[in-house]
Structure formats: C-alpha cells, structure tokens
Design a protein around this ligand. Structure first.
Ligand code: DHB
Length: 496
C-alpha cells in the first residue's frame, strides 16, 4: 500500500491505487472522499465538519487549581484536506468541553487552541488518538477552551517510488491546512475562529511560531491548493512557542556565537576554525537584523550577551532562587558561586554562565552538517534526495560528495517558507500579535539568540510578547503550562 492510495477507499474494501474505482457512493460522515477513475488516486470530497460525529468522554485533568473532572466531546481523526497525500498525518482531532466539575460549559465562543505534538521535524499523527492527547490540550479543555490537535507530515516519510513527501514545506503547509479547515467550519466547529491560538515545542514550537508569523501569506497557496485545503484563511490570533528550533539558515552561526567555546560532552572541542567562520557570519546577520532594545540601542553580536543576560538569564536565575526555601537557596548558591545574590536578585557574567551550562549539545555546524547527517539536512531533502545543504557555508565545506557548487534553486524559497523571521522581517500585517515564548537556559539544542531575536523582532514591531527563560531547564521544558492557559484568557478577553 502506498501513501498515495485512497486509504478510506481501502478501508471500505474498494481497490484504489493502480485501478481506481469511482467511489462516489461513499458519502456522509466527516470526511467522505470520492475517488475518480481518471486520475488514479485523486480524491475530492467535503470538508464539512460533522457536529454530531463525536464521542463523549469524561476524564480527570490535573491543573494548577487541582484536579478537574472534565466531560468533553471528542472528534477522532478528521482529514483536513480533500486531496490528502497521507491521511495518517493530515488529520486532526477536536475536543470540546461540555462540563467541568459537574457544571455545564458552553465553548461556542471559546478560544481554540491548535496544539501540535511535532518533534524533530518528524511525522506526527493523531490518527489513532482516542481522546484529547497532549497535556497542553488537556489543560485547554479543563479551562473551557476548544482543543484541536493536528498531525502533519514529517521529513522521514518516503513513498514506494523513493520520494520524500514530508520534507519542507510539508509540515507548515499541513498545519496551515488544519487552521483553514477549522476556520472554514466556523459555526459548526465549536469555538471562536477569530481566537485561534497555536502551540508547539521544539520543531513544533518552530512551526507554531511560523503559523503565527506567516498567517495570511500567499507563499503557500500552490501547496495548499494541491492538497485541496479548505477555502478559508490561515491567520491566527496568538502563538505559543517553546524552545523553537527555527531560523535554520542562521542557526549554525548563532550556535557558534553562543556555545562555540563550550566543549562537546566527550570533552572535545569542535573545529575552532569552523566555529570562528560561523561566528563571523552570525555577527553580520545579527547587525543586519537591526533590532533595538531600550538601554542598548541596536543589538549586535557585541552587546547581545549583555542583553540576553539582563533580559532573560539573570531574571530566570532570580525567579528560580526566589522560589527556593532559604535552605535550598543557600545550598544552590554554595555550589554555584558564580552567582551573586543580593537577597533579591541574581547577577553573573556571560562566561560564567557558559561554564555553568557545560557541554554543548551539537557539533559544528549544528544544523547544516558537512556530511548531511543533521535532521535539518533531511528536512530540506526533495524528491528522492534524502538530505541537502541549505547554507552556502556548509555546501562549500561539503564532505558528503553530493554537494554541487550552488544551493539548489528551490532552497531559498523553502527557507523563507520555514522561517518566521522572514515574515517578521517583512512586517507581515496578518501575523499573530500576541506571543508566548519560552526556552530553558540549559537548552543547547539551538542558540539562545533564536528565542532572543524572535521575541525582540516581534517587540520591535509592537506586538504583545510574553517571553522568558526557565533557569537550568533543558530542551523541551514547559514549567508554567497553567500560566499559558491563563494568558490565553487574558489576550483573547475570554472569561467563559
Ligand atoms: C528538535 C530538536 C533538535 O535538536 C533539532 O535540531 C530539531 C528538532 C526537536 O526536539 O523537535
């Protein structure tokens, strides 16, 4: 079976694929598809949400306010495009609370949290989910919001002809198609489609940030039309992004600027010439951003360390220490003497902070590996090519033997489509205007500058940005999930 077959037709026992049989008789349900004989596996069908196709589930969800018994309506995997490439990934679930601790709730006008569970730019499926899945989505329904959990194609998917069908920009196209599906069904999908909030962590955080930054862009239209995405826009209202692995074409330089002097966990240094070259590229990139901050003026590679210290790192340590008991604080400070604690706030130097973090998580270059071994090389694969370079520097230093002399012509456009910084740089008016951005101070999966620049570039555009770092937290941390749910209520004005 290939992914291009009409899976629903197969489920119904009808041979699709090589000899496609018209199945126009399959109608009704949430996603009836009708394959046409003439075009092989092509399918087209209704994207109308069936408001009655739910199951009712009662579950206990633990929140900052204690356990809540939540009864909700659950719509299992709904294909969100009419011409899916692979329904296993191109489907979403919907969870709508109807009562919380025995009190009826009406989510008709509630914010809609679209929370993805994508990691590593890998495929993410909700097709076998039997209820609300992620803890973030659970907290959303426990607060009376609607939770949509979309799947999306990812970089490792390969079909029977050897074609990579989940590489860039597949994941963002799929997530946009999911947003369009929800908005297209405004009024039948419960919730307020003017108050769609996206969320995700790591690669999923990058994609959430990209949904927020790129809303309404026409760059993806051809891809969306090819899938038969719903005829609605993909603007989102607010965005949550945890440790986003983004700005990929600038991330190698950022990584060296940030972690370049730290050794690998083996104790070895990375190639210091490579690290220095990439750091120099980052210096040019950083000044080119032209970002400004109060008390600093333009943020360049020269004052970025001070800016990050004062804006994120010292406040993170301060709030961590303030929350400790006196005894625990004393213990922590005596084993971390680089921190000066004046009784209410923590100060330290950038280089002491780097020593404190210890080893770097990735070799140099971190993202566009010379031998094409990084996940991001695969993310920029195409057709039957599993992995490609996406920076001039790594192409010039290729050790895979497949590099070529210039980046493939489709790469620059795909980099734009994958990078929220591109849309922020264009001051996209249709972007989300409310942002919740988090990362851990021991997250060495990417540079801290990624979050710093994402947040500051949005602040410079005038957006409402709630950004902070979690002290000593590693990749993937979310230490204030309940506060995010409260923030959704604050920025949407929804009080239930
Ligand atoms: C993720 C982590 C990485 O280090 C990376 O390069 C890409 C994605 C992740 O956890 O999703």
């Amino acid at each position: 079976m290939t992914h291009k077959m009409n899976r629903r037709a197969l489920i119904k026992g009808i041979a699709a694929a090589a000899v496609a049989v018209p199945v126009a008789g399959i109608a009704g349900g949430t996603n009836a598809l009708a394959a046409t004989a003439s075009s092989g596996a092509t399918a087209s069908g209704s994207l109308a949400f069936d408001p009655d196709a739910y199951t009712e589930i009662t579950t206990t969800i633990s929140t900052d306010d204690g356990d809540k018994e939540v009864t909700y309506h659950f719509w299992s995997a709904i294909t969100y495009v009419t011409d899916p490439v692979d329904e296993t990934y191109q489907s979403l679930t919907v969870s709508v609370p109807v009562s919380i601790d025995g009190t009826a709730v009406d989510a008709t006008d509630a914010p809609i949290l679209v929370s993805n569970s994508i990691g590593g730019y890998l495929p993410s499926s909700v097709s076998t989910n039997t209820g609300v899945s992620s803890s973030r989505a659970q907290l959303a329904i426990a607060a009376g919001y609607v939770a949509v959990e979309p799947g999306a194609r990812g970089r490792t998917l390969v079909d029977s002809s050897g074609d990579y069908y989940g590489t860039a920009p597949a994941a963002i196209v799929d997530l946009k198609a999911a947003i369009r599906y929800v908005r297209y069904n405004a009024g039948t999908v419960p919730g307020d489609t003017d108050k769609i909030v996206t969320a995700g962590t790591s690669a999923g955080g990058a994609l959430s940030a990209l949904l927020g930054a790129s809303g309404g862009s026409s760059l993806y239209d051809d891809y969306l039309s090819a899938l038969g995405a719903a005829d609605a826009d993909d603007v989102v209202y607010a965005t949550g992004a945890w440790c986003p692995i983004t700005d990929l074409e600038n991330a190698d330089g950022a990584y060296e600027w940030n972690w370049g002097t730290n050794t690998l966990s083996s104790g070895e240094e990375v190639d210091q010439d490579v690290s220095a070259d990439l750091t120099a590229l980052f210096e040019t990139y950083q000044s080119g951003l032209g970002l400004t901050a109060d008390d600093y003026g333009t943020i360049t590679a020269d004052n970025l360390d001070d800016y990050l210290l004062a804006t994120y790192l010292e406040p993170a340590a301060t709030s961590y220490l303030a929350d400790l008991s006196d005894d625990d604080r004393t213990t922590y400070l005596s084993s971390n003497t680089f921190i000066t604690w004046d009784g209410s706030s923590a100060t330290f130097s950038w280089s002491d902070y780097l020593d404190h973090v210890g080893s770097r998580g990735k070799d140099a270059p971190a993202f566009d590996a010379f031998d094409l071994s990084a996940g991001e090389n695969n993310e920029f694969g195409v057709d039957t090519t599993e992995a490609r370079h996406f920076t001039d520097y790594s192409l010039a230093n290729d050790t895979s033997g497949t590099g070529g002399t210039s980046l493939d012509s489709d790469i620059p456009g795909k980099l734009d489509m994958m990078n929220p910084m591109y849309f922020i740089g264009e001051s996209n008016d249709d972007r989300a205007k409310y942002w919740w951005i988090r990362t851990g101070t021991k997250d060495t999966d990417t540079a801290l500058t990624i979050v710093g620049n994402l947040a500051l570039s949005l602040e410079n555009l005038g957006d409402d940005v709630n950004a902070l770092m979690y002290w000593d937290a590693a990749h993937g941390a979310d230490e204030d999930p309940g506060d995010f749910i409260t923030w959704i209520g604050d920025v949407t004005g929804y009080t239930g």
